[in-house]
Design a protein around this ligand. Structure first.
Ligand SMILES: *[C@@H]1O[C@H](CO)[C@@H](O)[C@H](O)[C@H]1NC(C)=O
Length: 631
């Protein structure tokens, strides 16, 4: 562990610098705090510096940090002496966590009103060694005896098992998934608990947390993680990450390889200069007297608080010069149109609800693997109009994709954002990949396998939260095993024009279980009829929504061609099958099919996922389209 000092205010852990900031304070490490710095900036916040700890408090809340490490030892709120788990070691209650090659280590900070604003400036100075970082997150571990009700979204909240319930339960196919067999609350008997069932896409990961319903005092308290902007999160709007889970733990995932794999690891070369501000995010506490219906009240209040924080973004209180204030940020607007000669006869079509984003310059679609820069995303309106505000100055590429349209868009010119700029891009035209008319298609090109067949969960392996919620069915445990039941001997065959992908196309191409614990690769078939073959090149557009240690080999009317007609090669580590995701990273391919591989009459495309030694290996399809040559 290297300690260096720079302008007197920096601590350094393994090559990363952290600024510690308290609301209303100038940026400096905790050991540099003086009460006078704080009170002069923000009279509401009082700071007590002691040898081993620093206490920040206002009329509502008191936060105790260790000095000089800066971990959060305690939060006193609404008569609760410490909402954090006091039985945990001092460095395991509230902290900033970076997981790199070796296990993570803490460091953190904040200050607030009825909560704590947290941010860190990570710096990798020029003389520092190479680093590989898999996760960056903020962690809060709440009092186990108090916080039992968890809320992640309007339709994703429930009474949760306790850590003891988990330790008494039965481990399922991996450590994270546990069958609750002797719960303290009998209502939870026979349910599965797995933290990945509460994952969320960045764009929706804005507020989540826990509620303490205290019947003794007749008081309820909520603890919420509020994220007013996604600009500092890596991987773009649909990168998935954890939220809250049994612990009771509340996380803020700022960077992660979950649902993506090592290919999105943040790699800093030796001497590579890097600096980025993560946050501020807001750990918010609220309370209400009574315990009846207070879950709903506290959740609604947290959602309201989120909108207040969003409206205040970018915050004006960070004193760090690395956090760019509103008046030094830029703005951009434009309109995305789509032109495809086989959609509406080649007329312009609006980029209805397109996702439009700025991210570091790179290849088309590269934003989903980016871990270093800021990203600024928005969704276009029905007419494809978009506005992106509060952009940190710098050089970006503008990327986009449109739900319902195959492929990825990138604006060819680098976008340079300067302080106060207001860039009018006008109409941008996306010409999606297209070689000829559609012969047939399967699925919806939207980067998810949700439209395909997601089976019912096993009744003895259920999370009741998702019962009766079809859109969340994919979050149930063990669905992958249904494949072998549905297709015990023969693999899936899809007959174009007859089959219905919402019923006949399994959501994931996983291996088939053979005997006790052996798995076998599977080959799916698409059968279709061609009344005639046009000489030339046909094209198969193939989009995958996920891949885990897979190799998809495609054959046209020949399952065993040597060499294969097409192969993706070894791809993917996103682990979306085991993590109850409905997508991981997006992969798209355009495969040329010479007409001599096709026949008049009945044709078969063989889709062999050639690697299959584990139940969690496999791919999810997003969309397949077959195009004939233009005539
Ligand atoms: C608990 O608080 C609520 C709301 O203030 C109140 O209506 C109720 O009577 C209280 N219950 C008890 C048992 O004190």
């Amino acid at each position: 562990m290297a300690f260096t000092k720079k302008s007197g205010f920096l601590l350094c852990f393994w090559g990363m610098h952290f600024f510690f900031l308290l609301l209303g304070c100038t940026s400096r490490s905790l050991r540099e705090f003086k009460s006078s710095d704080v009170t002069s900036n923000n009279p509401a916040v009082k700071l007590h510096i002691e040898k081993k700890q620093v206490i920040a408090e206002n009329d509502i809340i008191r936060v105790t940090f260790s000095n000089p490490e800066g971990t959060v030892l305690g939060i006193t709120y609404n008569g609760i002496n410490n909402v954090l788990e006091g039985r945990n070691k001092f460095n395991n209650r509230g902290y900033f966590d970076i997981v790199w090659n070796a296990p993570g280590r803490p460091s953190k900070l904040w200050g607030g009103s009825s909560g704590l604003y947290i941010y860190a400036v990570f710096e990798h100075p020029e003389h520092f060694p190479a680093l590989e970082i898999d996760h960056i997150r903020i962690v809060f571990k709440l009092q186990n005896d108090r916080f039992h009700y968890m809320a992640v979204a309007d339709d994703r909240q429930r009474l949760m098992p306790t850590p003891e319930d988990r330790s008494l339960g039965q481990r399922l196919d991996y450590d994270e998934a546990v069958l609750i067999t002797s719960p303290s609350n009998p209502e939870l008997q026979g349910e599965v608990d797995d933290k990945y069932q509460y994952s969320c896409e960045n764009k929706d990961n804005k507020v989540h947390g826990w509620i303490n319903l205290d019947s003794k005092t007749n008081e309820s308290v909520g603890f919420w993680m509020i994220t007013p902007s996604n600009e500092f999160r890596s991987g773009g709007p649909i990168r998935q990450g954890l939220t809250s889970h049994v612990g009771p733990t509340t996380l803020n995932i700022l960077h992660t390889t979950h649902y993506s794999g090592k290919e999105v690891t943040m790699k800093l070369q030796e001497g590579e200069p890097f600096k980025k501000v993560y946050g501020p995010v807001f750990a918010y506490l609220n309370s209400i007297s009574g315990i009846h219906d207070s879950e709903r009240v506290l959740w609604s209040d947290a959602v309201l608080q989120l909108s207040k924080e969003v409206n205040r973004w970018p915050y004006d209180f960070p004193k760090s010069e690395d956090f760019v204030p509103t008046n030094k940020r830029g703005r951009l607007e434009g309109q995305l149109l789509i032109q495809d000669r086989h959609i509406k006869g080649g007329k312009f079509v609006y980029g209805d609800n397109a996702f439009i984003g700025l991210a570091l310059p790179g290849d088309v679609g590269s934003w989903q693997r980016q871990s270093k820069g800021y990203q600024f995303w928005t969704e276009a309106d029905k007419l494809g109009h978009f506005t992106i505000e509060n952009i940190v100055p710098g050089e970006y590429n503008l990327y986009a994709w449109v739900p319902g349209i195959f492929g990825d868009y990138k604006y060819s010119t680098i976008v340079i954002i300067t302080p106060g700029c207001n860039i009018q891009l006008g109409s941008l035209i996306y010409n999606p990949p297209r070689n000829g008319p559609t012969v047939w298609e399967i699925g919806i090109p939207d980067r998810s396998a949700a439209e395909f067949y997601v089976p019912n969960p096993y009744h003895n392996l259920i999370n009741r939260l998702y019962t009766g919620k079809p859109l969340h069915k994919f979050r149930q445990y063990g669905l992958w095993a249904r494949y072998t039941e549905l297709y015990p001997n023969e693999d899936l065959i899809y007959n174009v024009g007859v089959s219905d992908y919402s019923k006949d196309w399994f959501y994931a191409q996983v291996p088939r279980k053979i005997g006790n614990n052996k798995y076998h690769p599977t080959t799916w078939e698409i059968k279709f009829h061609l009344p005639f073959v046009t000489r030339g090149r046909y094209t198969m557009r193939l989009a995958l929504a996920s891949a885990t240690r897979s190799n998809l080999v495609v054959g046209f009317n020949n399952p065993v061609a040597r060499p294969p007609h097409f192969s993706t090669g070894s791809i993917g580590q996103d682990n979306a099958v085991a993590r109850h995701g409905i997508h991981g990273l997006y992969w798209s391919y355009s495969i040329e099919v010479p007409s001599n591989l096709l026949v008049e009459g009945s044709n078969t495309i063989y889709l062999r996922q050639a690697k299959g030694i584990s139940p969690f290996q496999g791919i999810m399809y997003d969309y397949i389209r077959f195009e004939r040559p233009e005539v």
